[in-house]
Design a protein around this ligand. Sequence first.
Ligand SMILES: [Zn+2]
Length: 153
Amino acid sequence: MGTRSAKLDVLLTNGRKGLFAVASIAKDEILIDLNGEETLSSPTKRSLQIGEGKHAFGGEETVGYLNHGCEPNVFLDFSCLRVRALRDIRAGEEVKINYAATEYEMHDSFQCDCGSPACLRMIRGFKFLTRDQQLKLKPYLAPYLLTRLDGEA
Ligand SMILES: [Zn+2]
């Protein structure tokens, strides 16, 4: 099983569960460790894709309620399989990751209303992004998606 920082907690807001900072977090801080997390061969609503046919289970104690944001404040650092803060995060902020940087094809696509000017609107996975949108994600991409990106060039 993976582990989660005590600075995060699952909270229910507007009828939806999400992962929130309950203390201030510094940029680069490790928030979730996916090492040891059970993996599945196909995606679920709560899983996070970490490789070809490899999906981190996404338990309540790790990324199960880590929601999507087109302007995320955390990312999955694949060099160590840990979720890190992209910037300083205030207590009370929801932490969000960009699903398009990990999921090739989402288990459930949805209409995003994150409010970011960079909002991708329909979130369906990396496969459905334009090449420009894919290139913008390059620093945060799962290695298995990086292979696809470079392969197309
Ligand atoms: Zn969005």
